[in-house]
Design a protein around this ligand. Sequence first.
Ligand code: PLP
Ligand code: ZN
Length: 426
Amino acid sequence: MWLLDSFVLEPHFSRTKKEKMRVQNLKCNQCHSLYPVEARYVCERCLGPLTVSYPNQTFDAPLLKQRILAGPQSLWRYADFLPVSQPHPQALPVGFTPLIRAKQLAEIFNVKDVWVKNDAVNPSYSFKDRVVSIALHCALELGFTDVACASTGNLANAVGALSSALGLNHHLLVPSSLEKQKLIASEIYGGLIRVDGNYDQINRLATQLADEYNWGFVNINLRPFYAEGSKTLAYEVAEQLGFRSPTKVIAPIGSGSLYTKIAKGFSEWQDLGLIEGELPAMYGAQPLGCSPVASAFQQGEDYCNPVKPDTIVTSLAIGNPADGANALAVARESGGAIEAIDDDEMRYGVRLLAQTTGIFTEAAGGVTTALLNRLARQGKLTSDDEIVIYITGNGLKTAETIIEGDISSPLIKANLESYQETLMAR
Ligand SMILES: *Cc1c(COP(=O)(O)O)cnc(C)c1O
Ligand SMILES: [Zn+2]
């Protein structure tokens, strides 16, 4: 099955971190226990999630700003805040995606500005390239020759693409029920394994595989490193707005990693004095058929009850979200909210974004745009609001989810008469 069967990287890596890695420790989010820098993601004492901690550094905000502005046009311009300081020479360029002013949306909703962060233009057409890029650089530093993921689709596309560029072997586990476009966009890289099960079941299998084989699972044993990649989505927006934060942010929630790390990114930069003023209110969007975080938010709970996903929004179909509790805290502390969007609203969101900005997003982006629409209709936006919506994936990946059944546009014969008969008669 592998095109490059005989091609395996020389095992010239050592199993300890190299000097290119800036992380000092892994630290438990809950009990603050420290661990060495290795492929580990859960605290042995309290089972809390681990995050990376950096050596204490004093930053000078003006100098830092200059360094960022002079940096490469990729997420590596924020290397001061990432676990690895430099990209591999063969790495695909990730990040520095456009922030687009959506004038028509701002007018429709009567707010100061709506900005669309179009992260669908990364190498594999979703924001997952950010987290995967960071995880793979850490995998190299930690000496892995094989990387893997349990994916709802886009993650497998990203691991396939970016690890192929780096010459790493990869194993991509996805639900067999995924959209064909997403399966093809993984299969093309080799190493695709379709699993008859949902994401949560695949995730459990992946945990067993990670114990059995020496693979770096980007979103499991490398998760503390992986998650850091999403912070760049906050830094980039802040920089693109002129080192300011928006008033409100809307992002999709699957596992909750992206959403919580966007909040962390803004808060880190505020602490350092790189942005002034208030932090944005954080709004999170989930599909109604898989909305454990939205339900817990609405019911005022601190933890999520796992659900069995039943949604066509495959990229957000995670029934037991790893960062659910964290996401709830972020929503409450920032003055935001987490809401559930049904399929019709999602489809409306995809069309609204396409017809007002030209951006064709996948179902997850429809959920995000639909929440903007809902907040506006409910009168929760004000005329001073500057809102950023995070568009995380490309529409061609879920095309058939958006347009059900046959195409409904007019069909004519190739002559003028037919055009006039069909279209002028309307
Ligand atoms: C994975 C994914 C998300 C959700 O990210 P989490 O970090 O799991 O919450 C959102 N949008 C798209 C397109 C995705 O692929
Ligand atoms: Zn702990």
